[in-house]
Design a protein around this ligand. Structure first.
Ligand code: NAI
Length: 328
């Protein structure tokens, strides 16, 4: 099958080539967009990632170009218009889990960095500054953590938090029976957020979860609390968290995802003037840590993404093992 692969850096190409057994791959560095969708002409499939465009207009162009399959190299599919794909007979497959532990471990890395300020200590020591001024953190042991979403990543994160001795309260419309039997307490969103010292987001972005963290829900957090979002940028109202950081209601913010990340993340913009004023403001805070959607980025996850992507291509051809197909 001829597959046009978009949003590819050298590491994507390396892993995909390593796991490809029989398909004809052509790699394109930019994200799939209306401007470059014509490149898909003559391809059977297109393979895309989190920041590629796959709305109604784009999928209609794919259809006109003869594309029959969209292979997502990610779990989240909030950016894909499944209704249009179904209407036009284009199948969509995803990689539902590549390494939940990778994202969960990154969430913990963000908490530890923000809390114990290891990034600041690293820079200070290199400059011969051995002072402890302004490096004080807090114990995670006994700390109240709100876990929003207890699917694959939330579950992996729960196990890490438990190891740290945190008091965890979760919100998920579909509580996990195994976690409940292990003693995880579920509550309403308000109960989970109320007086939480750390809030960590692990639910998908949907109409119902868009801007779930906003000026109203932020008031429920304990003053000076930490918010970690490794899920999807749209879960959090950026303007509202900026206000909460300015007032001190939010004491720390760790973002691996950002509402407008499409134009920024995965690109080296070090010689450009950043046009996004909200991210520039966020970057200016001393208590904000931003990473560029790297939660998934481990060797193990890259291997899983590549191998499952080709298994999905094979499933499309054979019509068997269709469990990763997205159907509405
Ligand atoms: P999952 O589908 O296993 O779990 C999602 C959980 O969220 C489910 O238990 C679901 O019931 C729950 N949920 C749905 N609506 C909710 C709501 N309104 N409030 C609270 N919980 C709700 O998904 P998984 O694999 O755990 O991934 C979670 C999210 O992480 C993905 O949707 C994706 O956006 C993000 N992600 C981020 C990555 C990164 O590199 N930063 C990599 C992979 C995924």
């Amino acid at each position: 099958m001829k597959i046009a692969v978009f949003s590819t850096c050298h590491y994507d190409q390396e892993f995909l080539e390593r796991f490809n057994t029989r398909h004809d791959l052509v790699f394109f560095e930019p994200a799939l967009s209306l401007q470059n969708a014509s490149l898909t002409k003559g391809f059977d499939a297109t393979c895309i990632f989190v920041n590629d465009r796959a709305d109604r207009e784009l999928i209609s162009l794919l259809h006109d170009n003869g594309v029959k399959l969209i292979l997502l190299r990610c779990a989240g599919f909030n950016h894909v218009d499944l209704e249009t794909a179904t209407e036009l007979g284009i199948k969509v497959f995803r990689v539902p889990a590549y390494s939940p532990e990778a994202v969960a471990e990154h969430a913990m890395a963000m908490i530890l960095t923000l809390n114990r300020k290891t990034h600041k200590a690293y820079n200070r020591i290199r400059e011969g500054n051995f002072s402890l001024e302004k490096l004080m953190g807090f114990n995670l042991h006994g700390c109240k953590v709100a876990l929003i979403g207890t699917g694959k990543i939330g579950k992996a994160f729960y196990k890490i938090l438990k190891g740290f001795g945190c008091k965890i309260i979760a919100f998920d419309p579909f509580p996990d029976a195994e976690l409940e039997s292990e003693g995880l307490q579920y509550g309403t969103l308000e109960e989970a957020l109320c007086d939480a010292e750390i809030v960590s987001m692990h639910c998908p972005l949907t109409d119902a979860t868009h801007h779930m963290i906003n000026s109203i829900t932020l008031k429920l957090f304990k003053k000076g609390a930490m918010l970690i979002n490794t899920s999807r940028g749209g879960l959090v109202s950026t303007a509202d968290v900026i206000e909460a950081l300015k007032s001190g209601q939010l004491g720390y913010l760790g973002l691996d995802v950002y509402e407008q990340e499409g134009k920024l993340f995965f690109h080296d913009l070090s010689e450009d003037v950043i046009q996004d004023d909200l991210i520039s403001r966020l970057i200016s805070f001393p208590n904000v840590l931003i990473t560029s959607h790297q939660g998934f980025f481990t060797r193990e996850a890259m291997e899983q993404i590549a191998s499952i992507t080709f298994a999905n291509a094979d499933a499309f051809i054979s019509g068997k093992n269709l469990e990763n197909e997205l159907v509405i």
